[in-house]
Write a protein that binds this ligand. Structure first.
Ligand SMILES: Nc1ncnc2c1ncn2[C@@H]1O[C@H](COP(=O)(O)OP(=O)(O)OP(=O)(O)O)[C@@H](O)[C@H]1O
Length: 247
């Protein structure tokens, strides 16, 4: 596959082994500007390992990753400026207030004070009288995730990775979170999101399905449903993964 320089994410022949075990096995894909790209797979399929390599947190055994045309292995610092990352597992400092979190992440990325003040006003309005708004760790999960997203976007990266951002969030909170994802996409940001919720995967422009470290499908949700003869993406996903495991 030749790389198209207009792509915001370009992955070519990416693999990662841990000893004799291959967690990511020769995957290649590209993501366009403004695209909402879903990254699906059963537990242990290799999604987080791939994202960690895309962030420069883990080195690949083989393959190349370009983010906005910049090579992750050759220039990780430039890549970090172009990337926002939010994980369900880690986003915030629980003992700090929401505003202190914004100050902290703003300082890490060298964000100008005026922008930080504007973001703090916005988060105050969003959180309103949310219980526990004194400490980020005490916020309800949906609010935590929105604050985490705000912190991940402070340096205005063109590309954002969201690793299971809505796990444990109630349906209303999930819908509000997805409205934010769509706003980001409409503003031209590229969003790569992992989720186990197939209703959320339906909102993606395209989805990639991973199984046993390999990319077994990549298409629009409608095309994937057609391919597996399913009315629902949930059923299509199960068929795709089961048929891969049977092989
Ligand atoms: N540091 C490591 N050392 C050894 N094996 C690892 C390491 N990190 C991940 N793995 C293995 O690689 C495989 C892929 O893990 P990964 O976390 O990427 O899956 P995932 O698709 O993100 O799963 P989940 O949906 O559960 O988050 C798993 O079998 C995991 O145990």
């Amino acid at each position: 596959m030749t790389s198209d320089s207009s792509m915001m994410i370009s992955i070519q022949g990416l693999s990662r082994r841990f000893g004799a075990f291959t967690a990511v096995d020769d995957i290649s894909f590209e993501v366009a500007p403004g695209e909402v790209f879903g990254f699906l797979g059963a537990n242990g399929a290799g999604k987080t390992t791939t994202i960690r390599m895309m962030c420069g947190l883990l080195s690949p055994s083989e393959g190349d990753i370009l983010i906005d045309g910049v090579s992750v292995s050759a220039d990780p610092e430039q890549v970090k400026r172009r990337l926002g990352y939010m994980s369900q597992k880690f986003s915030l400092y629980g003992d700090l207030s929401p505003e202190q979190n914004i100050d902290f992440f703003g300082a890490v990325y060298g964000v100008d004070p005026e922008r930080l003040e504007a973001e703090k006003r916005r988060i105050r309005a969003q959180l309103g009288g949310a219980p526990g708004s004194g400490r980020a760790g005490k916020l309800p999960l949906g609010f935590k995730q929105r604050l985490g997203l705000t912190c991940a976007l402070l340096h205005e990266p063109p590309v954002i990775f969201l690793d299971e951002p809505t796990s444990g969030v109630d349906p209303l909170g999930r819908r509000e979170f997805w409205e934010e994802i769509y706003d980001l996409s409409s503003a031209g940001r590229t969003v790569l999101v992992t989720t186990h919720f197939m209703d959320e995967a339906e909102y993606c422009h395209r989805i990639a399905i991973m199984s046993q470290g390999r990319l077994i499908d990549l298409d629009s949700p409608a095309a994937i449903k057609r391919k597996y003869g399913s009315d629902t993406l949930n059923e299509a996903f199960i068929r795709a993964v089961e048929s891969d495991r049977e092989e």
